[in-house]
Each structure stands twice: as structure tokens, then as C-alpha cells.
Design a protein around this ligand. Structure first.
Ligand SMILES: [Zn+2]
Length: 213
């Protein structure tokens, strides 16, 4: 058993190869994650009687003027909910894969992409706090975004839900990394971060605005 494991783990997957393969699987992750999240908003708004329009990183709800405020809030909540459901499905798949995994195959990398849908609240909070700290945007930016709108609707501090979800997000990111065989973990992480960030830039800057303006 141990012979088989070491043979497969070492079979042609140099560390640079792991970085490249992981990076390529993570390239479309930001686009898929963003559209999946926005579809959560779109589907729920549609079901609630609005006429939503899907954009590459947002949804215009277009609800009837006489719609109760809960309708718009449910539409807001459905985005993060969709992301969490997908991410949790990824965690289940990853945990099952990990039990029989021999090294890091494409299937395993794919499950980590889905599990890391959970990284959205952590990523958003870092970008939000970072851009306010650097003076790129005003502090009112902290009141934008799904979690902030839901927090304020509950009468909480605008960052309350963002921080709670970012803490859970951090836990899932660490858990996900620990499902990867230890000797490949660093290479997987390097590929995941570089692939996801490159894909994010290309989706937000090029394909997103062109395909879903
Ligand atoms: Zn959203």
C-alpha cells in the first residue's frame, strides 16, 4: 500500500507540474464562483417576482415598486447562500476524495476549487478593508456588499456578518489545504492562489464586461 502510494505520488508530477496544473484548474474559478453567486441573486429575485438582470459581478434586481423590503433582502441573501451551498458540496466531495486519494489528481484539485467557494467572504473583507485603509475608496464602502446590507437590516454593525463569515471562511481555507498531501501542499497553494488571482483579473477586466456587461 505504501509502495503504491509513493509510486503514484511521485509519478511524473514534479512540483512545478503541480503548480502549473493546479493553476490551470483554478483559472476559471473566479468566473464560475462569481457567476454562481450572482445566479443565486438572479434566481431568487426572479422567483420573488422581480425582473432581474445578470451582470458579470452583480445583479440589478428590478423589483416592483410596491414589493415589500423583505423581497429585496431575500434576493441579497440568496447570493452568499448559493456560494455557501456550493462550497459545502465541495467540502463533502473533497473529504470523500481524500479518503482514497493517491497523490493529487485533477479530481482532487477540482474539489478544492469548489470547496474554496467558501473563500469569498474572507477575500471580500480583505479587499474591502485594504482599499479603505489605502484610501482608494471612502469608508462608506464598508456599508456596501451583501453581508453589510444584511447586517444593517438586522440592526447590527455593517461588518458583523462579514467578519463572522470571514472567520468561517478562514477555517474552511485551512481545512481545505490540510486535505492535500503534505509534500504537495505548498505547490498546490502556489498554483491555487496564482491561478485564481489571474482568473479573477481576466474575468473582471476582460471576459466578464464583454460577455455579461
Ligand atoms: Zn452578491
Amino acid at each position: 500500500m505504501s509502495v503504491k502510494r509513493s509510486t503514484l505520488t511521485d509519478s511524473g508530477w514534479s512540483h512545478l507540474g503541480v503548480v502549473a496544473r493546479t493553476g490551470s484548474v483554478f483559472l476559471p474559478a473566479a468566473a464560475i464562483g462569481t457567476v454562481g453567486h450572482e445566479l443565486g441573486h438572479w434566481v431568487s429575485s426572479h422567483l420573488l417576482g422581480c425582473a432581474p438582470v445578470l451582470h458579470f459581478a452583480s445583479v440589478s434586481p428590478h423589483c416592483p415598486l410596491d414589493a415589500p423590503p423583505e423581497v429585496e433582502l431575500l434576493g441579497v441573501a440568496a447570493g452568499p447562500l448559493s456560494t455557501i451551498v456550493c462550497g459545502t458540496a465541495g467540502m463533502v466531495g473533497l473529504a470523500r476524495w481524500q479518503k482514497t486519494a493517491q497523490g493529487l489528481d485533477f479530481k482532487g484539485i477540482g474539489w478544492t476549487v469548489l470547496a474554496l467557494f467558501w473563500s469569498r467572504p474572507l477575500f471580500n473583507l480583505i479587499v474591502q478593508l485594504g482599499s479603505v485603509a489605502l484610501g482608494l475608496v471612502g469608508p462608506q464602502r464598508l456599508e456596501g456588499g451583501d453581508e453589510a446590507r444584511l447586517s444593517m437590516a438586522m440592526g447590527w454593525h455593517p461588518l458583523a456578518l462579514s467578519i463572522a463569515f470571514a472567520a468561517m471562511s478562514l477555517g474552511v481555507v485551512v481545512w481545505t489545504a490540510f486535505q492535500i498531501p503534505q509534500r504537495l501542499r505548498g505547490s498546490w497553494a502556489a498554483g491555487a492562489v496564482s491561478g485564481a488571482l489571474a482568473g479573477f483579473a481576466v474575468w473582471m477586466g476582460v471576459f466578464g464586461p464583454a460577455w455579461l456587461p
